[in-house]
Design a protein around this ligand. Structure first.
Ligand SMILES: Cc1cc2nc3c(=O)[nH]c(=O)nc-3n(C[C@H](O)[C@H](O)[C@H](O)COP(=O)(O)OP(=O)(O)OC[C@H]3O[C@@H](n4cnc5c(N)ncnc54)[C@H](O)[C@@H]3O)c2cc1C
Length: 396
């Protein structure tokens, strides 16, 4: 096997020295948890106050992690990635913006993204956050009330609101199936996840008869999710449709633990990283072992987890570009994995959010927080960027 994640020349071929220096600066700054803590609190307020901070954000963290403010902006990045064999998952990054009008607008933007994806050779999927098309309160109510969970709603207005959410998703999936584009439904916090799982399942039963069009996301930092993946698979087999499974470790660990502590219920998150890693790899292996009925998106920056699946594909005699296995990393992170996989013809993408600056702030804050812990990504990103800068300097 020729694959190595060490090759920074491949990883950063699309970045100029100037880009790399900017990235080095950014990752050095967000390495510090206290800087990120202050920035997370102050940035939304400063942006609303009219202070000239937007330009700074646009040229630093936004440029690193986001495709642009519009679909046209992201089309430029999409094209650039295409020339390296890298695919794209487009994600209209507006989330938790309340109001029916906003939800309808986000729905239209997502359908626009689906139509755009169909015109490109390297955009197989569009991502969806249900929190962009449904109210948080509604999701939380549906999650909590046992009667609602069984689908029997207490309130007519909630009933109608949920029907509108379903209509939005059906409209998106109709467009997706017509255009041959896949839909990835993001996973959220545990206190709103049940209705999302239910809806994802309903959609898979309708749209995944011949190929996997709709994918649900499984957060393997939750101790119940490996089991849930297997149950989902069983139900899909019984329902005679294909399971679409996007596997992630999970983005809301601290929030989940804090809430469980505050409300005095057992934390839904594994006690340690090793347990999360073990479940993540077990889930990935399970999907691969059942590849005839599960299509998987392995969404991770973890080198070992990616390599595990690469090796397992070889053992099973699968071709590198088998359509049932797709790898993905967030735009702005782990280029050494993405570009080296692409060079070996694996199906691999960058998850590329786009949207108005103010609206993608929650996404940017998550990226900053994820990169700020000592055990986080930053050290590795910095090492790789420094290695590449040194390599280019040595060549002169
Ligand atoms: C393409 C893509 C799509 C994504 N979509 C979603 C999504 O829909 N929903 C979502 O929630 N996240 C999503 N994420 C983010 C993802 O959940 C992770 O936060 C992120 O990818 C880091 O995990 P890793 O596997 O890349 O790397 P690693 O660095 O190996 O793992 C870090 C992760 O391990 C877990 N972890 C760390 N410490 C501990 C501990 N002490 N105990 C238990 N677990 C621990 C946490 O989940 C942490 O984020 C997505 C990521 C990608 C790449």
């Amino acid at each position: 096997m020729n694959l190595s994640f060490e090759n920074t020349q491949n990883a950063f071929a699309y970045k100029s020295i100037g880009d790399l220096k900017k990235a080095r600066f950014l990752f050095s700054v967000i390495q510090s948890p206290w800087v990120v803590n202050i920035a997370t609190r102050a940035t939304p307020l400063l942006m609303k106050s009219g202070l000239p901070i937007n330009g700074i954000i646009r040229n630093t963290i936004f440029k690193q992690f986001v495709g642009g403010e519009t679909l046209e902006d992201s089309a430029i990045v999409t094209k650039q990635l295409s020339s390296y064999g890298v695919q794209v998952i487009l994600d209209y990054g507006v989330e938790a913006k309340e109001g029916e009008e906003n939800f309808d607008e986000v729905t239209e933007k997502i359908i626009e993204a689906v139509n755009f994806a169909a015109t490109q050779t390297n955009v197989p999927f569009v991502g969806i956050k249900i929190t962009g098309v449904a109210s948080m309160d509604l999701l939380e109510t549906l999650n909590e009330a046992p009667r609602l969970r069984s689908g029997i709603h207490d309130s007519e207005s909630e009933n109608a609101a949920w029907d509108r959410v379903r209509d939005r998703l059906y409209a998106i999936c109709d467009a997706a199936v017509e255009k041959g584009v896949g839909i990835l439904i993001d996973a959220e916090e545990t206190w709103i996840q049940d209705p999302i799982d239910r809806l994802a399942f309903e959609l898979m039963a309708v749209y995944n008869k011949e190929k996997a069009v709709v994918y649900n996301t499984y957060q393997l930092y939750r101790h119940d999710r490996l089991h849930f993946l297997k149950i989902s698979h069983q139900l899909a087999k019984e329902g005679n449709f294909l399971l679409g499974a996007k596997l992630v470790r999970g983005a809301y660990m601290e929030k989940e633990r804090a809430r469980a502590l505050q409300k005095n219920y057992p934390s839904p998150i594994h006690d340690n990283k090793e347990a999360t890693d073990a479940d993540f790899d077990a889930a990935a292996n399970y999907c691969l072992e059942h590849k005839d009925s599960i299509s998987m998106v392995l969404a991770s920056h973890n080198e070992l987890s990616n390599m595990n699946i690469v090796q397992k594909m070889a053992q099973l005699g699968l071709s590198n570009n088998d359509h049932r296995v797709h790898f993905s990393q967030l735009f702005g992170m782990s280029d050494h994995i993405t570009f080296n996989l692409a060079l070996q013809k694996y199906n691999v993408s960058k998850y590329l959010p786009y949207g108005p600056l103010l609206d993608v702030i929650p996404y940017l804050m998550r990226r900053a927080q994820e990169n700020s812990s000592v055990n986080g990504q930053t050290n590795r990103e910095l090492l790789l960027i420094r290695k590449e800068l040194a390599r280019r300097k040595g060549k002169k």
